[in-house]
Design a protein around this ligand. Structure first.
Ligand code: NZQ
Ligand code: ZN
Length: 387
């Protein structure tokens, strides 16, 4: 096991009654609140009214930033920073999914800092010195943003999608009520499941390979996610299934599954240009890219992928070479993503033409890898296998 530092300060309220804890959390923080939300789902579901009531009952003065879009853009962050600076906002409340939360996180560190948040933080990775406190009500299990210190923002002008980590981006509290996810359209639920599986694989498919608690937890998380996904697809109002989907996605990025591992993230680095240039939903892009990446590194990662095949996909290794076992596991992963979930399998299904492969490859961060370093030519080859 590698050395590690583990830290996660987020207070989590989980379950059917979790929304009941919102007022008590709000009472302890700030008086001037920026409420950040997306394109309107929270208005349609009635969640907006519940949140506004809690804000009123705790005596807050509230400004709103609505329309935080999937693959949130710099413009929305600038809008929020401007409100925070002008009004002296001292608490940000994000109600929505990863896009809303990431937008709120970038505002939280961008508003108190001098200068341009994109240049300083998302481009040049300067450590932030402070942040406006942030609270979260999650409505879609997917990104883990509700429990981590990362934000991912798209700069539409430059065609970049960059991530930034800061301890000031950890939420102070997160409310996880699985019943809030009953209203998700199927494709959004599927995007979230693919993203969650992808996060666990980014951490698990990396050295060291010896027996350790982190890998055992990752295997349990994958099995739980796959089982819950099947149940939720069958019955979208299956509470236990929704509860497991929500907790696994948060747990995946709370830091526990990083402990002692190198970690990879190449699939995410290859996927980000797809969203930056074609506004592809994050989970949909991963459904295409992640299996292709694992096939590509299979010769170098065969022992690890064979273990994944046996322990997660129940592949019987007898009569198979290690690499054959690994590839049978990958076949079952694809079958789960593409046939069972109905997630996309090719770039063309995402509306991305084959000619764009060199440009997409040029935008991928090559610093992330696990079992073999990647060149731009490697990324091109991976993307070409997805056409
Ligand atoms: O905008 P509204 O109207 O709210 O609708 C949203 C949105 O259209 C809808 N939705 C959310 N909850 C709903 C609902 N519709 C009905 N009922 C509900 N309960 O779902 C759509 C997608 O929402 P979005 O927030 O974009 O999804 P997701 O949570 O997958 O977030 C994706 C973003 O997070 C980033 C991605 O790159 C992408 O930009 N990521 C953030 C990470 C992090 N901070 O750690 C890590 C991830 O790897 C990822 O990169
Ligand atoms: Zn992701």
């Amino acid at each position: 096991m590698n050395d590690f530092m583990y830290y996660n300060p987020v207070r989590v309220h989980f379950g059917k009654e979790a929304m009941g804890r919102l007022e008590e959390e709000l009472a302890a923080l700030g008086t001037k609140v920026l409420l950040v939300y997306g394109g309107g789902s929270i208005r349609r579901t009635g969640l907006y009214d519940r949140v506004r009531r809690a804000l009123e009952d705790t005596g807050k003065t509230v400004w709103e930033l609505s329309g935080a879009m999937p693959n949130p853009r710099t413009e929305k962050v600038y809008e929020g920073i401007d409100i925070c600076r002008r009004q002296g906002v001292d608490l940000i409340l994000a109600v929505g999914g990863g896009s809303v939360i990431d937008c709120a996180k970038a505002i939280a560190v961008g508003a108190p800092a001098q200068g341009d948040f994109w240049e300083r933080f998302f481009k040049n990775w300067e450590p932030a010195q402070e942040g406006i406190p942030l609270g979260v009500v999650l409505t879609i299990p997917a990104t883990g943003s509700e429990l981590d210190q990362s934000a991912v923002i798209t700069n539409w002008q430059t065609g970049e999608k960059n991530s930034y980590d800061s301890p000031f981006q950890f939420p102070r509290f997160t409310i996880l009520d699985p019943t809030l996810t009953y209203t998700l359209p199927k494709n959004q639920m599927v995007n979230g499941i693919v993203d969650t599986v992808s996060h666990i694989l980014e951490l698990y498919v990396s050295p060291p390979d010896g027996e350790n608690l982190t890998d055992a937890l990752a295997e349990a998380a994958l099995r739980t996610e796959i089982g819950a996904a099947r149940k939720a697809l069958e019955d979208p109002r299956d509470y236990e299934a929704r509860a497991n989907l929500m907790w696994v996605s948060s747990f995946a990025l709370c830091g526990m599954l990083n402990n002692g591992k190198k970690t990879d993230w190449a699939s995410h680095c290859i996927q980000h240009p797809l969203s930056a240039l074609y506004d592809v939903a994050h989970g949909a892009g991963l459904s295409v890219v992640h299996p292709a990446y694992l096939e590509y590194i299979c010769p170098q990662a065969a022992p690890r992928l064979a273990r994944l095949a046996c322990r997660v996909w129940d592949v019987d290794p007898s009569g198979r070479s290690q690499e054959e076992t690994a590839r049978e596991g990958l076949r079952r992963l694809k079958d789960f993503f593409w046939r069972e979930l109905g997630a996309p399998s090719t770039l063309s299904q995402l509306g991305i033409p084959a000619e764009s492969v060199p440009r997409l490859a040029a935008g991928a961060d090559l610093s992330c890898w696990s079992y073999r370093p990647l060149t731009r030519e490697d990324v091109e080859a991976i993307l070409r296998s997805c056409v």
